[in-house]
Structures are given as C-alpha cells and as structure tokens.
Ligand binder design. Structure first.
Ligand code: AHG
Ligand code: MN
Ligand code: MN
Length: 325
C-alpha cells in the first residue's frame, strides 16, 4: 500500500515554513472543491444534456455553453462560502463580483471553463485562476493587479484530474486526483532545457493572418519542432509545461477580412495570459505580448482586456522578442 502526500498537507507545510496565514489554505480548499464539482458535472454532462449552448452571449460576445454557466456558478458559490475573497473577476461576468469586501483578504481572477469548443466532444477543458492579495499595509484601492503581483496561479485540467499550481517565488507543482478525488503526490515542474521534446503550439489556420515577423519566426523554427494544438489554452499550456517549446496566440493583423483582425490578440490578460505567464515564470520560462513586453508587467485597464501571448521556454521567447521589437 502506498499512501501519498495530499495537496492540502503540502500547502499546510508550505504556509507554515514560510510563516504565512491559514487564510490562503481556506481559499485553496474552496478552489479545489469547486474544481471537483466542475469535474463531476463535466464527467456526467453528456448524460444530463449539459454539454450544449446556454442560448446567451457573455460580455465578450461569445456563445455561452451550459457548462460555462455551471462552472461559473460553482466557483462563485465556493469562493463566497470561503469568506476569503474581496471580489472576484470571472470571464463569464461583466463586472467584478463582490464577495466579502470588508473581511476578504484576496482577489481572484478566473476562467471557470477554458476551451469551450472542446465541451461537446468531452475533450480537455480547464479551470484557470490567479490569486492576488489585499494591501495589508495601508488602504486597499481595489485596483486590478498586474501579473507580477499575483501570489499564485493554477490550472485544473478537466476531466483529466491534474492540477498545476505556481506559488510566487517558490516554483510550480503538479498534483493528481486519486480514486477518492483527493489531489496528491506533489511533483515539481520546470521547463526542460533540452529542446529535443520542444513543440510549437498555435492555431495553424491563423498563420497567414499573423504579422510578417511572426510568420518568419514560424518559417525558421517549424522544421525543428512538432506542432501540437488542442484549442484550449489550459490543455495546450499543460502539455507545453512538460515538453517545453512555445505556445502563442499572436495578434491577428493580416486577415483577408480586415474586420476580423484582432490587433489586441484573443486571450484575456487577467485569467488566461497572466495565469500561463505566472506559471511559466515559476517554471523557468517567460511570456511576452506583441510588443515584446513581459506579460507580467502589463498594467490591466479593464477586467476583460485581451492580449497577444507568446509563452514558453526562454530561448524561444527571447528569439521571438528580438524578432518583434
Ligand atoms: P474560452 O473557452 O474560455 O473562451 O477560451 C478559449 C480560448 C483558449 O482556451 C484557446 O487557447 C483559444 O481560445 C482557442 O482559440 P481558437 O479557436 O481561435 O484557436
Ligand atoms: Mn478561456
Ligand atoms: Mn472560459
């Protein structure tokens, strides 16, 4: 019989060794509980007719799936119950969601279900989040935090049952869900240095819509690396963390229908790009936008702002940065 160390025990020891509060554990417990319920509904969704569209559009003008709604409601419920969160920002809600404005200690930014186009196929989706802390030294103005101010960021891969968590200045750890749906067996994750396993991940059908600089980068690098893309950042980035390489969602600037250009990129800064960028930093990698600026330095202007994203192993990100500048 082999009994594994649990995620909660790992976190408890981490907080104690860094002389940090237990509030963070209460918050993480709520997040893990939410992830388990999302996982449950995702597993059983096809049988319960939950995999279709909800029939409404979200603040981003995208079709909301029933599972997007369900996952969002689950996360908000458990965050509220935890009492630890001042306000939350969700992909599925136009405005910040007030939860415990006076007593809360954290801000959380989340995408309850990333990779919605995979839902109807039961393929991997994710629950992604970033956590920031209240200013404990003076008045809290509630401003949106830049990625470098996150204290933690994580991704649950659903329905695979793998949880990746990055802790500020500490590193990245991966946990697996066991038979009792307990996350166990912490494993430290760093990007591989050796480029033998590296991959390129982007939506190849967009290739001709990228800037010439980005297209040149692809031309130069594609002979050496395999392409992999599942259409869910949570899944693509999960794979990239293990194998190394570069994930990108560049700005769309050369679309044959100019109204379809996306000079700001597609992915959302607070709960997609920053989550990947923060995890990448803690795993020894880097992330930049279309101007070659560090994603984690960007000062958010609004909760749902988009950004182009290049994230992965440093040598590739730095080559791309040089190309973009
Ligand atoms: P969401 O399902 O939360 O709206 O996010 C979808 C995002 C992201 O997960 C993925 O990397 C990207 O959209 C895929 O976009 P394309 O279909 O344009 O490749
Ligand atoms: Mn998403
Ligand atoms: Mn989503």
């Amino acid at each position: 019989m082999k009994l594994e160390q649990t995620f909660m025990n790992f976190m408890l020891l981490h907080q104690e060794s860094h002389k940090r509060s237990y509030n963070f554990l209460v918050l993480l417990e709520a997040i893990v509980t939410a992830a388990k319920y999302i996982e449950h509904y995702y597993h059983t969704g096809a049988l319960k007719n939950l995999m279709g569209e909800a029939g409404i559009k979200n603040v981003q003008g995208e079709n909301v799936m029933k599972m997007d709604d369900i996952a969002n409601a689950i996360v908000i419920n458990y965050l509220k119950q935890s009492n630890q969160v001042i306000h939350a920002i969700s992909e599925e809600e136009p405005d910040p969601i007030p939860l415990n404005e006076d007593g809360g200690r954290y801000f959380i930014y989340f995408d309850p279900l990333d990779g919605s186009s995979n839902i109807k196929h039961n393929l991997p989706v994710g629950f992604m989040f970033g956590i920031c802390k209240r200013n404990l030294d003076g008045p809290e103005d509630g401003r949106l935090r830049a990625g470098k101010e996150y204290r933690a960021a994580g991704i649950f891969l659903i329905p695979t049952g793998v949880f990746t968590l990055a802790l500020a200045d500490t590193g990245v750890f991966r946990f697996h869900s066991d038979e009792t749906m307990t996350f166990v067996r912490p494993e430290r994750i760093v990007f591989p240095d050796d480029d033998k396993t590296w991959e390129l991940s982007f939506n190849t059908s967009n290739r001709k819509t990228f800037s010439e600089k980005v297209q040149r980068f692809i031309d130069e690098h594609e002979p050496r690396y395999a392409f992999r893309y599942m259409g869910a950042l949570a899944g693509d980035f999960h794979r990239l963390l293990t194998n190394g390489g570069l994930f990108m969602y560049p700005a769309i600037v050369n679309h044959p229908k100019p109204e379809k250009n996306r000079p700001q990129g597609k992915l959302r800064l607070l709960y997609e790009a920053n989550v990947a960028a923060f995890i990448a930093r803690e795993a020894g990698g880097a992330a930049i936008n279309e101007k070659g600026e560090d994603i984690l330095d960007l000062r958010p202007q609004n909760p749902h702002q988009r950004t182009a994203l290049y994230v992965g192993c440093k040598p590739l990100v730095e080559t791309m940065r040089a190309q973009l500048r």
